[in-house]
Design a protein. Sequence first.
Length: 310
Amino acid sequence: MFSDHEELVAQPDVDLIAVTVKVPHHRELVSAALTAGKAVYCEWPLGRDLDDARAMAALASGQGLRTVVGLQARQAPAIEFVQELLSDGYVGEVLSTTLVGVSVAGDVVVQPNVYMLDANNGANLLTVAVGHSLDTLNHVLGEFADLSAVSAIRRPLITAEETREQNVKTSADQIAVVGTLTSGAIASIHVREAVAGGIGFLWEINGTDGTLRITADAALPEIFPLTVAGARGGGEPAELAVPAALTRKWPALTGLHGAPAFNVGRAYAAFAADVENGTHTIPDFADAVRRHEVIAAIEQSAASGQRVTA
């Protein structure tokens, strides 16, 4: 055990440093690990803002080091299944996509998450629930070419569960985005907090020949189990079973299926395979920078009221 991160990163028998602390501390710890020549896994969001993310990515690139960012929804078996269905032409040409979700329902927050109410800390609805959902959508369907966004703070006071203290919130709790993907498909996203009832997560992909519908209990596809349904040529989508080969891709992790740690474990397993095989299948700091760029574009559009290039 180490009480000083500088002592930890200096250990010659340590190959990978995992950074899983609160977001304001990411840059300091990641930078120390990279400077010491270590590969780094950092949970998402990579930094408090785009500048933080770019600085860490540049340091990693300059050092020639492998990195991983915790955008582990990409490793969800259901998302891999959706990619296969799209590749096989299940929906035909993708015309549009719509994603609606809820994060952190209610007006009470647990004490460890009080820091997320401050927009300056970089962990909030936009970076976490929207960030993971956005990354999943863009990973499957491609990047935004341009977008328009609106955001709002509809519940400015939140109660801390343990202390019952009222805390002022400066991070948005309503975020809506509409834009055009590079494929030409139209995309719309609306993620919100503190909603009484309402569907937790609903993502539809509509094409010329069919529809795919992905659902979950909350707009956190990296944590919550996902259900896939589909319809071709009309009718209500019916559930499509995720192939067992995808779910059991990493046999040692099968017992975690359905648990919040499942996709994180799959991300670590994929990274180990990348190192062994010289491949690059896992999102790295460069991917994190791209996601931070889109988030910055959303912030810019919401602040200016203008459509922006993403």
